[in-house]
Ligand binder design. Sequence first.
Ligand code: HMN
Length: 288
Amino acid sequence: MKGIFTALMCSFDEQGNINEQGLREIVRHNIDQSKVDGLYVNGSTGENFLITTEMKKRIFEIVKDEAGDQVKLIAQIGSLNIDEAVELGKFVTELKYDAISAVTPFYYKFDFEEIKDYYETIINEVNNDMIIYSIPALTGVNMSLDQFGELLAHDRIIGVKFTAPDFYLLERLRHAFPDKLIYSGFDEMLLPASVLNIDGAIGSTFNVNGKRAREIFELAQQGKITEALEIQRTTNDLISAILANGLYQTIKEMLKTKGVDAGYCRKPMKQISAEKVARAKELAEKYM
Ligand code: HMN
């Protein structure tokens, strides 16, 4: 379960329906071209919070069918509707996903007792390993070292996807939990996270920059920081350009340039202008 995991995109048509063939092509691109170690399915990048339960299930099925056992698969099943989280957790466990992951419950400003109960409810009902998905910038949920510790005390809570720029907390977590899996979530900060001995990374831009991500991660593990920084700089030139042009839309347009039918984003995400589509093509030609 270590290494580079792509936060998988999903291909939707212009009406917002799943484009099955396109999704399969995205999976193949990540496995065959980028050679990533695993896929993180139905996370933020998969537009998970914009789709129905049935669509989530269909995506889990298609990805498993296409990927088989070629790479590790983590299913993001977290939901404000805890019944949905449990239902999806059971569903992907039947499909033989390697682990589940759940975003911290958001919107209602739950206290830690409620957050803990959410994770315990899911792991008591679903017989699979759990990776906490912490992304405070989007959820508003900031957990302390002690609170992470209370969750990680469960044997079946095997790790954290840590998507925050708090390197002090990341170092403390690594030090306190050497046997748990810690994944970094901000691709633009992969090198400093790798220096702190993370086990892997989960990122959206790996859909188009997976090879560089692996190089950064592996060079850092070998202590070759100057070489890794060079690649992080190139990566960050790309990430800055992607963020300025529209994150998920630009990654999809870059994939399309390479013959992968990545489709469109779901509303309320907008479609980008022709000018931005052209910019995405330039980025694909330069960086992929
Ligand atoms: C997911 O759940 O899809 C990803 O793991 C999320 C991942 O952490 C990405 N975060 C968001 O998209 C909000 C990053 O890869 C991010 O897109 C990248 O670092 C650019 O800022």
